[in-house]
Design a binder for this molecule. Structure first.
Ligand SMILES: Nc1ccn([C@@H]2O[C@H](COP(=O)(O)O)[C@@H](O)[C@H]2O)c(=O)n1
Ligand code: CDI
Length: 159
């Protein structure tokens, strides 16, 4: 059995009156993440962790932020495309562990739905997906609610 680990990071700017979608859940907050796609910072970090583990480059290489095909797209689709890329190379996902860093809103109540969205999108068990959150204790651009950050690690395996 061959095993690899991967690491991903993403950051998005927050803007007033913009949808805030994380893990495929619309948080219904007064501000939200801005990007070329739906700016789902969690799913982008997970995509980068998976691509990194398989040594397949990064999310911006596969899904260019100038390509109209990805304009406003749900990042669930980008995650599914990413998993296709690693599956084609014979990899399967062992587990994913992710950390969100944002001042508000509270993420904990939404974590079960985020896990369910990811698990059903890429056909893995919810038990193999961990999502956690922290504030930045009011400091810096995260503390001022100007941005949101996500980190993810994953393990992939093949025989
Ligand atoms: N956006 C967030 C931030 C934090 N949480 C949960 O609250 C706990 C305490 O956060 P601190 O940053 O004050 O340490 C944290 O461990 C998370 O469980 C959250 O749900 N959403
Ligand atoms: C996802 C892509 C593509 O729509 O765009 P964004 O939503 O701006 O996200 P980012 O994390 O900056 O990088 C990857 C992009 O190419």
């Amino acid at each position: 059995m061959k095993i690899k680990v991967g690491f991903g990071f993403d950051v998005h700017q927050l803007k007033d009156a913009h949808p805030f979608i994380i893990g495929g859940v619309d948080l219904g907050h007064h501000k939200g993440a801005f990007g070329h796609s739906d700016a789902d910072v969690l799913l982008h970090a997970i995509c980068d962790a998976l691509l990194g583990a398989a040594n397949l480059g990064d999310i911006g290489f596969h899904f260019k932020n100038t390509d109209p095909q990805w304009k406003g797209v749900s990042s669930i689709l980008l995650l599914q495309e990413t998993v296709k890329l690693i599956t084609e190379k014979g990899w399967e996902i062992g587990n994913i562990d992710a950390m969100l860093c944002l001042e508000a809103p509270k993420i904990n109540p939404h974590i079960p739905q985020m896990k369910a969205n990811i698990a059903s999108a890429i056909a893995i068990s919810e038990e193999d997906i961990s999502i956690k959150a922290t504030t930045n204790e009011t400091m810096g651009f995260i503390g001022r609610e100007e941005g949101v950050v996500a980190y993810a690690v994953c393990l992939i395996q093949k025989n």
